[in-house]
Design a protein around this ligand. Structure first.
Ligand SMILES: NC(=O)c1ccc[n+]([C@@H]2O[C@H](COP(=O)([O-])OP(=O)(O)OC[C@H]3O[C@@H](n4cnc5c(N)ncnc54)[C@H](OP(=O)(O)O)[C@@H]3O)[C@@H](O)[C@H]2O)c1
Length: 331
């Protein structure tokens, strides 16, 4: 394709630690190296995108930069053997939107190794209704199931439940037949019950028990998305032989805990890293998302916005005020 082709992108510029954001015109020649060029149709908003937009060096080191760790769209040029012009594809995680210009631009250029074919039964907006956050929820549940956790063993606690990862986790777990207890710091009871939670409890009630090695066992498993004392509470309240997944740190990166839940109850702590998920497992989880874990019947789960609304939604997600997933229409 002509590398002078112009497109619009949401660009963050950083000068003297001060970030500005604007929609700008860019050309395909501005994009980083890669063997596949994709016309992005939809992206999605994740917490990490917001960190990139405010200059967080743990996420993005080089500016000007276009965030957007998720993209779904159509291949317009490919020199990769197994990817052809016209293919509908998903790019999630890896370095997209971090130090590689991401899905908040109408075109991306990426290495073919980052690409997963869009499963046949999944629409582009529904794929971004999952995006990295939803994929992370699905991967967490895949790991709980692989650990042998089943609905008859007891309820599952989901923390940060109204967030992107939490909301998708609640919905998938309910679909799998689990009794879901959703912990949230928001007034989100109606929303979480509509996704399939059986009970909604306050964030404060799971941010407790500090200083105690063990607490009364309640859950067969926990999907934790926030870290810190809440993750510690989840581990201390998990039943013998239960399992806890950890993927996030919005509350804290610390884990104040002793070894006793592990050596006295046989609790398993499962780490979840979507970015480094091997491609074979990645494809397997996307197939489950397109099959038994489809969530298109839950319109409350996602909000669709335009590129012009990104500024406002970045501030909302940083303030912990979004519910569920935010899909960005890039057409
Ligand atoms: N490991 C991975 O591969 C991976 C992939 C994707 C995301 N993540 C991480 O997972 C976490 C969640 O991501 P997300 O996209 O779901 O973010 P999100 O949409 O912003 O949701 C986070 C939720 O956490 C709760 N929360 C916010 N501030 C909190 C605080 N100070 N203390 C306790 N809870 C708080 C809120 O839910 P309530 O109001 O309902 O409590 C909020 O909606 C982030 O840390 C993100 O970086 C990791």
């Amino acid at each position: 394709m002509n590398t002078n082709t112009e497109f619009t992108a949401w660009v963050v510029r950083k000068e003297n630690d001060h970030c500005t954001r604007a929609i700008e015109t860019r050309t395909v020649a501005d994009l980083p190296a890669g063997d596949v060029i994709i016309r992005v149709k939809y992206s999605s908003l994740n917490y990490k995108d917001a960190l990139s937009a405010i200059g967080n060096r743990g996420v993005t080191r080089r500016y000007p930069h276009t965030p957007g760790i998720d993209a779904v769209g159509v291949v317009v040029e490919s020199s990769a053997a197994d990817i052809n012009k016209g293919d509908e594809v998903i790019v999630c995680c890896y370095d997209l939107g971090m130090n590689t210009d991401g899905g908040f631009g109408q075109y991306i250029r990426v290495p073919s190794a980052w690409i997963v074919p869009l499963p046949e039964n999944l629409s582009m907006p529904d794929a971004m209704g999952f995006g990295t956050a939803g994929f992370t929820a699905a991967l967490s549940i895949h790991k709980l199931l692989a650990q042998g956790i089943r609905p008859e063993q007891g309820p599952i606690l989901v923390t940060g439940a109204s967030g992107g990862v939490g909301s998708v986790a609640v919905a998938i777990l309910a679909q799998e037949g689990f009794e879901v207890v959703a912990a949230s710091g928001k007034d989100a009871e109606e929303y979480l019950l509509s996704l399939g939670a059986k009970k909604v409890i306050s964030r404060d009630s799971v941010d407790s028990g500090a200083g105690k090695a063990l607490l009364r066992p309640k859950w067969a498993g926990v999907i934790d998305t926030v870290g810190g004392n809440i993750l510690a509470y989840g581990i201390k309240t998990t039943k013998p032989s239960g399992a806890v997944t950890s993927c996030g740190n919005v509350a804290s990166g610390d884990l104040p805990i002793t070894v006793y839940p592990f050596i006295l109850r046989g609790v398993t702590l499962l780490g979840v890293d979507a970015a480094e998920c091997p491609i074979a497992l990645r494809k397997q989880v996307w197939q489950a998302i397109a099959g038994k874990w489809q969530l298109g019947h839950l319109p409350a789960l996602s909000t669709e916005i335009s590129m012009q609304m990104l500024d406002e939604y970045i501030d909302l997600i940083l303030a912990g005020k979004t519910k569920g997933r935010v899909i960005v229409n890039m057409q």
